[in-house]
Ligand binder design. Sequence first.
Ligand code: UDP
Ligand code: MG
Length: 313
Amino acid sequence: MANKLLSIIVPCYSEEEALPAFWEEITKVTDLMSNIDFEFIFIDDGSKDNTKLILRDMAKADSRVRYVSFSRNFGKEAAMYAGLKYSKGDYVAIMDADLQDPPALLPEMLKAIEEEGYDSVATRRVTRKGEPKIRSWFARRFYQVMRMMCKTEVVDGARDYRLMKRRMVDSILEMGEYNRFFKGILGWVGFNTKWIEFENVERVKGETKWSFWKLFKYSLEGITAFTTAPLALASIIGLLFCIISFLAIIFVIVRQLIWGGSAYGWPSMICIILMLSGIQLFTIGIVGQYLAKTYLEVKKRPIYIVGETEEDL
Ligand code: UDP
Ligand code: MG
């Protein structure tokens, strides 16, 4: 029987410094795994450095290497989607180019799928060592909020480093939404997943491609894509204020009937007006967020645009 094929997908955004180290490390691991064939799919996400040239050379030197180069930067979500789409393997792994997802875990992950009967193996880092404190703090809060509001499970510290069976990959590809949030999508499609934990590893070379602002916007994407709970906020607060105002009306009437002279207190009135209009604007903003996402979704724009692949060489 022919060997099974394992596709390794690597999203790269300006990773010219990390790529050589990555290639050395990954081939060290894959060379030892003899009873399976490999295919490496690098996604050049509109890099601003020489990543594309390096990938061209790698594809020329090794026929197992394929690459897809985007016409501009479309983000890691789009890169992972493209990788899954291009992959042909019976098993598919997604891995960062900076060696923060240790390739050494691959044999163990493969074993869980082939021998222990799992559909997918996910990894999660148990520490966030080496990451700015404030960033970890916001990340933790984000996962807390997601857990509170979403029915689909999103695991704290989960990495995008995964090994999956073909069937799972196909079901992910079926979710063709424009606003993609991979961690949510994975929880949504289900399947039997084994979790492997490891200590945070710091990036080998280069710098993180995720600014704080980019991460913040991405987290809003995750929330709007996987829960509509914030939309209920306006109704809940509205109802609450109706009840309060009803009680207040009764209070004012009773006070007028017994003591008279209710016409005072405009500073408190201004405060109430300010607060209520603040809440109204805030909730309209939330509705706006969902409207904007729906607008982008309805346009049905492509998730990525290919500039070049190894077939053009
Ligand atoms: N990445 C990408 N497109 C982007 C940003 C990042 O393909 O717009 C890739 C990047 O090259 C790396 C992976 O996503 O392989 C994770 O990015 P990074 O290591 O910068 O993020 P961090 O590990 O700091 O969260
Ligand atoms: Mg990284």
